[in-house]
Design a protein around this ligand. Structure first.
Ligand code: G3I
Length: 343
């Protein structure tokens, strides 16, 4: 059988190609999966293992076991690691809920950044320093950080990260920040950070989109506007949901479970949707290539359809098909279209 073309090699001169990785993939239990990852990707972002709840489980306790494994995995397979994420309102350690004073939040905030960014200094290539700090209208999202530290927490996070890890690239990451209002808020954040004399190297547009509804014009406008600020632009969590937006689950006891309505394609994606997915990925990559002087990385949120978070959100046990490779790491029509752009 002919070998499947390599994404990272195909786009070598254009931008990096990344994937989200999780525990199961980095312990190398499955040598075929490891080889597949190493062949397709040259960048990776930990899907969960560097988030604060996991890496900072107690006030004075850090657990770097899995993160360190990821660093080794990256070194071994020539994959650059993007740390994800230092400051995020979600997946915080449970002890945070008991903290009600500004001083303690400030201490947590500073210790967390110093310790985690310090530990991985020289080991990660980059950090998503702050993740999802904005509302859809471009204002600052409510969070424990905004509440106790005020809007400047974003700039402060970059300042501390820069001190702890001076050679690491530092990014702001969000979803829907290609949409005009959120984009405007994001541009303000970047300007504020720079005005304070603090370094920010890039903006990440997560790219969780929906089939047939890719906002191509907003994406292009965003690439241009962010790049004009003098920062790199990245697509950091790319996937395209193929299931209807307003699916419903069945309420079984206290738990919502997937039913047929929520899971219209339980065994296979219909050809028409498969083709639309392929056309969407093709259009996106065409745009990324057009702006390859500004776009430095495209990271998929999962290696293949089996690993996608969209199988479990918002209802557990759905079957979604949002990526370029199917559940057996076989290329989908979308993969062929993307590769064909470079032929
Ligand atoms: O590990 C536990 C397991 O022990 C437990 O039995 C199981 C049942 O609840 O949960 C497992 O933890 C889950 C974890 O993923 C690992 O699978 C959490 O419940 C679940 O909430 C968590 O979801 C992650 C989500 O972030 C959390 O907010 C997704 O995997 C991850 O893909 C997603 O990633 C985010 C980015 O970080 C930021 N941008 C949006 C993106 C998608 O939501």
């Amino acid at each position: 059988a002919q070998q499947i073309p390599s994404l990272k090699d195909t786009f070598k001169k254009d931008f990096g190609i990344g994937t989200a990785l999780n525990n199961a993939q980095i312990d190398e239990r499955d040598p075929q999966m490891t080889a597949f990852i190493a062949r397709q990707f040259n960048m990776a972002t930990p899907e969960n293992i560097m988030k604060s709840a996991l890496i900072h489980p107690g006030w004075d306790t850090y657990d770097f076991t899995m993160g360190d494994k990821l660093i080794d995995f990256g070194r071994k397979h020539n994959i650059k690691i993007n740390g994800h994420t230092l400051i995020w309102h979600s997946q915080l350690p449970p002890f945070i809920r008991g903290i009600k004073s500004q001083d303690s939040i400030r201490t947590f905030f500073a210790d967390h950044i110093k310790t985690v960014a310090g530990h991985y200094s020289g080991k990660v290539y980059s950090w998503d320093v702050v993740n999802e700090a904005l509302n859809e209208d471009g204002t600052m999202r409510k969070s424990v950080f905004l509440q106790y530290l005020g809007e400047d927490f974003v700039t402060e996070a970059f300042r501390l990260a820069q001190q702890a890890s001076p050679k690491t690239e530092l990014y702001y990451n969000d979803y829907n920040n290609e949409q005009p209002k959120k984009r405007a808020g994001c541009i303000e954040l970047v300007k504020k950070i720079k005005a304070a004399g603090v370094r920010i190297d890039g903006v990440g547009i997560q790219g969780h989109w929906h089939v047939g509804k890719i906002p191509l014009q907003d994406i292009e406008e965003s690439i241009i506007q962010y790049a004009a600020l003098g920062v790199k632009v990245m697509f950091t969590e790319l996937d395209i949901e193929v299931l209807p937006r307003n699916f419903q689950g069945a309420d079984v006891g206290q738990r919502m479970v997937a039913n047929e309505q929520s899971n219209p394609y339980p065994t296979a994606l219909p050809d028409s949707v498969q083709q639309q997915l392929a056309a969407d990925y093709e259009a996106l990559f065409k745009l990324f290539l057009k702006h390859k002087d500004k776009v430095t990385r495209v990271t998929f949120w999962g290696v293949n359809d089996a690993n996608s978070w969209l199988n479990n959100w918002p209802i557990r046990g759905r079957t979604s098909y949002p990526l370029l490779f199917d559940r057996n790491n076989q290329p989908k029509p979308a993969f062929e279209k993307v590769i064909a752009l470079k032929k």
